[in-house]
Design a protein around this ligand. Structure first.
Ligand code: FAD
Ligand code: NAD
Length: 462
């Protein structure tokens, strides 16, 4: 067995782990990263990137299949044909480019990368089993970044026609009829994408509305688009079983219904990966199923750190990356804490949803009197030229001093506005700061400017 030593040992090469390792390497810390599968983790290989590639391809296919918008600008197109296996090949080529890039970045930062499964021995050592043999690593700091995996439903275990998000992203044919259980991030993003690719999609959600993690005003435009796409959303419903091409469901009124489906995507959440690699031996304090951490991502054991999905909600790649960079800096001796004002949340549905900071309800509960400013994209020139003026920007601020508490939007391509929203919150902006900033014309970001003016009582363009 190889005997290795490091200052930092990172278990998991997802966005949390690889960023922690790169930053540690940049800071001159002798670092080893262990990854059991592919560098890039869930995000790059079976999550954020492949799903967004599929969403893009689905949007392009849909624009050609339903060419009214193209016809309106004078374009006529012939009958489009989709080679879905090629679409998946294209998606895989992006994944390969990015995972290869992560390997190069780790090398550049002088991180030693071991491809193999790590088994924790104690808080200062682990054994790695790789194809090339076994290594025992002694370390000063252990960073656990083992991520998460899809949660199965007991009545619908993964396998055969019952798909996890990972399986759905590897299909080589578009299913004729797809049932989706769970109308959260994955169910909605992939459900809409498969509908645009030509599948007949039915969504089954246990709670009374789709995307229950966002407030209803934000999700209404998405619900309307679902209906336009011919997707049926059964809310307040539960899937009971799947057999012989029929998904049996109990609807909100208690009646049973059988939905024909050749595939069923189960997307009811993800669970932390905490079992099977010796973590139990450390007996770390837990927060429910997740590893408990403080504001420095320290666990209950000295010099054992945890970052990303294994530490709980929000299970987002950018949170994992921010935690990873911070932990490396703390290990290098910097004074840091995770005290961000906001972690942006984006749902890449059609239209997209962005939420940064507090919703109106949460702002009211925390601060009493608030001001809300809205600006609809139907009054925004750029949105009109892009042929999609559905949605709005909404800003929420304290009534007394106008400090902004939350910024939200729903509309085509609004994910790119999230940077401005997060910066405003992080800088402690007041409504006047946004109102007095010149926003370029013609852009969708003018709706952000106008929402602040609206909150101050003097919007210019409505
Ligand atoms: P992971 O990315 O899960 O990485 C953990 C890594 O650890 C894995 O590669 C695993 O193989 C490795 N590992 C585990 N145990 C061991 C061991 N014992 N030894 C060696 N290696 C080990 N988030 C967003 O912010 N935006 C999105 O648009 C988005 N879209 C998503 C779409 C889908 C379909 C899914 C499933 C997720 C999506 N997410 C998105 C969530 C995002 O992927 C996760 O939040 C993110 O990947 C978490 O990063 P992580 O580093 O904590 O864990
Ligand atoms: P989710 O928590 O977003 O949604 C799960 C949905 O399933 C919820 O609406 C829930 O009410 C519903 N549900 C639970 N049990 C059910 C049942 N028995 N029958 C019917 N519905 C049921 O989970 P997800 O969509 O699986 O995504 C997992 C995680 O991955 C998310 O929490 C998110 O952190 C991450 N993710 C993020 C993005 C993004 O940032 N754009 C995209 C995809 C995934």
């Amino acid at each position: 067995m190889n005997e290795l030593r490091s200052k930092v040992l990172v278990i998991g090469g997802g966005p949390g782990g690889y960023v922690a390792a790169i930053r540690a390497g940049q800071l001159g810390l002798d670092t080893i990263l262990v990854e059991a599968d592919r560098l890039g983790g869930t995000c790059l290989t079976v999550g954020c990137i492949p799903s967004k590639a599929l969403i893009h391809a689905a949007g392009a296919a849909h624009a050609l299949r339903e060419p009214q918008a193209l016809n309106a600008i004078g374009l006529t197109v012939g009958r489009p044909e989709l080679d879905f296996a090629k679409t998946i090949g294209w998606k895989d080529s992006i994944v390969a480019r990015l995972t290869g890039g992560v390997g190069a970045l780790l090398k550049k930062a002088k991180v030693r990368t071991l491809l193999g499964s790590a088994q924790i021995v104690d808080g200062k050592s682990a054994i790695v089993r790789a194809d090339t043999g076994e290594s025992r690593i002694e370390t000063e700091h252990l960073v656990i970044a083992s991520g998460s995996e899809p949660t199965p439903l007991p009545a619908l275990p993964f396998g055969g026609a019952v798909l996890s998000s990972t399986d759905a992203l590897a299909l080589t044919e578009v299913p004729e009829a797809l049932a989706v259980v769970g109308a959260g991030y994955i169910g909605m993003e992939l459900g809409q994408a498969f509908a645009k690719l030509g599948a007949r999609v039915t969504i089954v959600e246990a709670l009374p509305r789709i995307l229950p993690l966002y407030d209803q005003e934000l999700t209404q435009p998405v619900a309307r688009r679902l209906a336009d796409l011919g997707v049926e959303a059964l809310v307040g419903a539960r899937a009971i079983s799947f057999d012989k091409g029929l998904l049996r469901v109990t609807e909100a009124d208690g009646k049973e219904r059988a939905i024909p489906a050749d595939k069923v995507l189960v997307a009811v959440g993800r669970r932390p990966r905490t079992a099977g690699f010796g973590l139990e031996a450390l007996d770390l304090a837990m927060s429910g199923p997740f590893l408990r951490i403080d504001d420095k991502c320290a666990t209950s054991m000295r010099n054992v750190w945890a970052i990303g999905d294994v530490t709980g909600e929000p299970m987002l790649a950018h949170r994992a990356m921010a935690q990873g960079a911070m932990v490396a800096e703390i290990i290098a001796g910097e004074r840091r804490a995770f005290d961000h004002k906001a972690i942006p949340a984006i749902c890449f549905t059609d239209p997209e949803i962005v939420a940064v900071g507090l919703s109106p309800e949460a702002a009211k509960a925390a601060h009493g009197e608030i001001r809300i400013g809205h600006f609809p994209f139907r009054a925004n020139g750029r949105a009109m030229t892009l042929q999609d003026d559905e949605g709005f920007v909404r800003v929420v601020a304290r009534a007394d001093n106008h400090v902004v508490l939350g910024i939200h939007a729903v509309g085509a391509g609004v994910s790119e506005l999230s940077a401005a929203f997060s910066l405003a919150l992080e800088m402690g902006a007041r409504l006047e700061d946004i109102a007095l900033t010149i926003h370029a014309h013609p852009t969708m970001s003018e709706a952000f400017h106008e929402s602040a003016l609206a909150a101050l009582g003097h919007p210019l363009h409505v």
